[in-house]
Design a protein around this ligand. Sequence first.
Ligand SMILES: C[S@@+](CC[C@H](N)C(=O)[O-])C[C@H]1O[C@@H](n2cnc3c(N)ncnc32)[C@H](O)[C@@H]1O
Length: 202
Amino acid sequence: MGFYCERIVPHLLDLAMRNRLLGPYRQRILGLAEGRVLEIGVGSGMNLPLYTERASEVVGLEPQPKLLRMARRKPHAVPVELIEGSAQAIPLETGSVDSVLMTWTLCSIPDASAALAEMRRILKPSGKLLLVEHGLAPDANVRKWQRRLTPAWRHLAGGCHLDRPIAQLVENAGFRFDRLQTGYMQGPKPMTFMYEGIALPA
Ligand SMILES: C[S@@+](CC[C@H](N)C(=O)[O-])C[C@H]1O[C@@H](n2cnc3c(N)ncnc32)[C@H](O)[C@@H]1O
């Protein structure tokens, strides 16, 4: 399992994250990032070329060294600093970030609540959390499959949970949604119920 997780999973994640259907979600959310930005789970750096001049600097946090190496090769138009680490213990000062951005990452953080509490801590009171995540669907039949598949799926897909109640987790961590859109993307329903939103410190 060690070889699979360290050598194969990063390439599978990189491949999955190149899905062209994710492009419009990335464009919309990246356009909202401003000031000092912390990107959680920067992965292979798919978002780095998409930041606009509204972002003065981007700190990218990522626990997987192999993915970080891929991210270092991505072009970017704004200053970027990449740091190895976990969202469960963010190595930044309290109240020091204007935007926290996260795309398809909360599903695979082992302790999502601890990570969200850390995001809340490092955000300025005027800051915002920008996210696109997949998670728990509203339909009972889809939820049933999300719960059935997650125990096996998370071992194959880098810790990914299909059944996380994203909006509830975010609100429980001391945020309120200023904007939230949900809906299925094209593809298998257990994997494609999306949450796209802006959350503010409550
Ligand atoms: C599906 S990938 C998404 C990558 C990237 N955000 C994107 O949109 O292309 C999930 C990412 O979450 C990262 N991740 C997993 N556990 C994490 C943690 N504790 N803290 C921060 N990131 C984590 C993974 O290493 C991986 O890069």
